[in-house]
Design a protein. Structure first.
Length: 114
């Protein structure tokens, strides 16, 4: 078995195993079409308060998935009960690719404002 085939086997058998590391994600294409299920390793990387735009919280995350997964910028991915927007899709490397995600949460400021 070659190193490349071993790495490909590890991607599906180890990293993308939903009993160990991975979660199931629902993809909704931004350009329309059918939803699809994707398996990947999901990780929230940071959250920041954006006070310049009405006190909102910007959450950032990444999804490591199989290189063969079809994901495009502006698609939405549902992870658990949260909906994330695809911000950037990285190049495939050793059978996987990294997808950068973002979710914005608007904080209410007093009565009547949003």
């Amino acid at each position: 078995m070659t190193l490349a085939s071993q790495m490909s086997s590890d991607v599906t058998g180890v990293f993308l195993d939903t009993e160990d590391h991975a979660v199931s994600v629902i993809r909704r294409p931004a350009r329309g079409g059918n939803t699809s299920d994707i398996v990947g390793v999901f990780d929230v990387t940071e959250s920041e308060v954006d006070v310049m735009n009405g006190k909102r919280v910007i959450h950032k995350a990444k999804l490591e998935c199989a290189a063969s997964a079809v994901i495009e910028n502006e698609d939405t991915l549902t992870v658990g009960a949260e909906i994330w927007t695809v911000h950037a899709v990285g190049p495939a490397n050793v059978g996987m690719k990294c997808v950068q995600l973002q979710r914005v949460e608007q904080k209410h400021q007093g009565s009547g404002s949003r």
